[in-house]
Design a protein around this ligand. Structure first.
Ligand SMILES: CN(C)c1cccc(CNc2ccc(C(N)=O)cn2)c1
Length: 235
């Protein structure tokens, strides 16, 4: 899976994206993350990428020409047009379900805006979908793009060594994850729940499901409601 990220801060990307799991996945050739500097596609000596908004108002807007040219450079010679996602507060909120959907794509282009956003003609012409990582405003789309790359990449087969774990993972089955423990069995007088040391897998499974339901009901009643509704349909 390939991500081309159009950004004003490409070096930020390469630093974060070559670390840990994503870095290893790149070495294994499972994913590629390519940061493109929008400023490299400016045509003036000041390498201008933004300008004042028509109609007035505070802040600056990212101009068409550098973004269009950067996009054309990235897509030149490609057989199929990759899906273009614009990271914006107005986008569809990124959930695990959306991440699973996006992990099926072969090639994604992510546009990172700055200032007050980008010229609307870029969105009309190039953007397939706007995605938000949550209802808050950041100084740029770079962090949202990194969040998207992280949560989508870990779903690409081979990226995570313990792939089997997806089914119990938080938000994967619509519930929050059960509590996790590891050695030692007792730490400063605090015990690990007996059941987990029993080796009785059926009971452990039951205990974990009960914990997942209980903590979802308490921490995320909205998810709990959805889960109840969706299981009503099933026998
Ligand atoms: C209108 N405006 C301020 C604006 C418009 C577009 C992009 C940006 C760049 N900042 C971002 C980007 C995404 C998110 C998110 N929630 O995913 C939060 N902030 C700001």
């Amino acid at each position: 899976m390939r991500f081309d990220v159009l950004t004003l801060f490409p070096e930020t990307f390469s630093l974060v994206m070559k670390e840990s799991i994503i870095g290893r996945a790149q070495e294994k050739g499972l994913i590629e993350v390519n940061a493109v500097n929008i400023r490299d596609y400016t045509r003036d000596k000041h390498r201008k990428v933004d300008d004042y908004p028509f109609g007035g108002g505070n802040g600056m807007v990212m101009m068409c020409q550098p973004m269009f040219d950067a996009y054309r450079a990235v897509t030149e010679g490609l057989q199929t047009k990759p899906k273009v996602i614009y990271m914006s507060p107005q986008g569809r909120v990124l959930t695990q379900k959306v991440a699973v959907e996006l992990s099926k794509e072969e090639h994604l282009i992510l546009l990172c805006g700055h200032y007050e956003g980008i010229d609307e003609r870029i969105i009309e012409e190039l953007v397939d979908e706007e995605i938000s990582i949550g209802d808050y405003v950041l100084t740029g789309g770079e962090l949202p793009a990194m969040v998207l790359i992280d949560c989508v990449s870990r779903l690409v087969p081979g990226v995570l060594s313990n792939e089997g774990s997806f089914s119990e993972e938080s938000h994967f089955n619509g519930l929050l994850e059960y509590p996790q423990y590891t050695r030692p069995a007792e730490y400063e007088g605090k015990q690990v729940p007996e059941i987990l040391l029993s080796g009785h897998h059926a009971n452990i499974q039951k205990w974990r499901s009960a914990r997942s339901l209980e903590r979802t009901r308490i921490k995320r009643p909205d998810l709990y409601e959805n889960h109840i509704k969706s299981s009503e349909g099933k026998i």
